[in-house]
Design a protein around this ligand. Sequence first.
Ligand SMILES: *[C@@H]1O[C@H](CO)[C@@H](O)[C@H](O)[C@H]1NC(C)=O
Ligand SMILES: *[C@@H]1O[C@H](CO)[C@@H](O)[C@H](O)[C@H]1NC(C)=O
Length: 440
Amino acid sequence: MQPECVLLFCTCISVFLHHTISQPPTETDTYTECTDGYHWDPQTQHCEDINECETITEACKGEMKCFNHYGGYLCLPRSASVIPASDPPNPIHPGLENTVSEPFNSCPSGFEPQGDSCVDVDECERGAHDCQPSQQCFNTEGSFTCQCPDGYRKVGTECIDIDECRYRYCQHRCVNVPGSFSCQCEPGFQLAANNRSCIDVDECGMGAPCSQRCYNTYGTFLCRCEQGYELGPDGFACNDIDECSYSSYLCQYQCVNEHGKFSCICPDGYQLLGTRLCQDINECETGTQECSDGQTCVNIHGGHKCVNSKSCQEPYVQASNNRCMCPVTKPGCEDLPFSIVHRYMSITSERSVPSDIFQIQATSIYPGAYNTFHIRTGDDNRDFYIRQINNISAMLVLARAVNGPREYVLDLEMVSINPLMNYHTSSALRLTIYVGPYAF
Ligand SMILES: *[C@@H]1O[C@H](CO)[C@@H](O)[C@H](O)[C@H]1NC(C)=O
Ligand SMILES: *[C@@H]1O[C@H](CO)[C@@H](O)[C@H](O)[C@H]1NC(C)=O
C-alpha cells in the first residue's frame, strides 16, 4: 500500500470503498498469516485490520488527512468528502461515514462535480474572479481571464480608454467616447453609410423653410423669390414688393399693389389703355349716355354732357341745331352778333401754357373784306387770348394753367369789315370749354 496513493475521484473512491468495505472485516481463523494491512490477533484468532493512521507516523504528508480502512488507508485533502458506497451501509463500521461528513471535491481546481463528471465553473458568472471593475471577465476551461473591453487598452491593471480620434479618420469631426468613437458632420451634411464621410444634405428635398424657391448648395441651401417678391431678413420668407411705393410714375392715375405684382386703375369715365395709361371713355359713342331728344351728347374728359340743341335766348331765334340768329330787322338785334353758333369742347387739367386749343375760321370770304377776332364774353380772368392767324382765321390760346373740373362759356366774336362796300357785320361762336379733373 502506497501512502501517497491518493484517489482523487469520487467515483473511484466509491468503487474502491465499496470493494474494501465489502471485504470481510476479519480473515477466517484457519490462517495464521494475514494479508497486507492485517495482523494476526491470537486472542480472537482472527486477522485484524491495522489502523495505519495511528501506527505510521506521518502516514499522510502535508495537508493531507489520513483515513483508515480495511487493509490500508487513504490520504485525502482536508476538504475532501468521502462518499462511501451506500449499499449496503456497513453496520460494523458506520464511523467512516460519519467522520467524513464534509463534501469532498475530487475535481481539479476550476471544475466541480456534476453527476458522474466534472464540469467547468463559470467564475465570471459567479463573480468568483478578481477582474478590475474596468476589466471584462472571460471564462475559460478551468479558469478565467481578465481583459479590457474593445476600445480600451491595459495600463498596469487598469483599462484605459483609447482615444481613437488620434488614429481614425473622420471627414469632419471625431468625437471620442468611452470604448469607442464616432464621426460627426458639420451642419448641412450627414454621415455617409461608412460612418466616416460626410455627404451634403439636400435641404430643399427635406422641407427647407423657403417660402418660394429653394436651391440646394454644398453644405447649405438658398431661398429665392419669384418676381415681385423680395427675400426677407430671415433669408427664408418672400415678402411682396410694393412696386407702387417705388415710383409715382408707374401708373397714370393710381397704382394698386398686388401679390407679386401691381396694377393700374383709372378713375370713373376712363378705361385702361395698355397697362398704365388711362383713356377717356366716349360715352356718346358707347351708348351709355341717356341724353333725350333735343339734346346733344357732348363727350368730356371723364364723363359726358347732354346739352340742349335748341337753346336760343331772346332776341335770338333758332336757325338750326346749335345755331341762333338775330335778324337785323328785329328790335334789340342792332348791337348783337348776327349769329351765334354753339360749340363744345373738353380739355384736360394742367396743360402746359400757352396752348392752342381752338381755331376759328370765317366761313364766307368776301374780296377786300377783313375780319377781326376777339373774346367778347366769358374770360373775366383772362385765362385765354386770341391770336390772329390771318384775316380769316384766329387761334384761341389758353394762357394759364387751369385745373378742373371747370367750365368756361366763351363768346368768340368775328367782326367782318368790307371798306369798299361799307359793310360791317359780326358773328359769334359760343364755345363751352369743359376742363376735366385730370391731366389726361
Ligand atoms: C455605421 O453605424 C451604424 C450605427 O452605429 C451601424 O449600424 C453600421 O453598421 C455602421 N456602418 C459601418 C460601415 O460601420
Ligand atoms: C384779307 O385776306 C385776303 C386773302 O388773303 C386778301 O386778299 C385781302 O387783301 C386781305 N385784306 C386785308 C384788308 O388785308
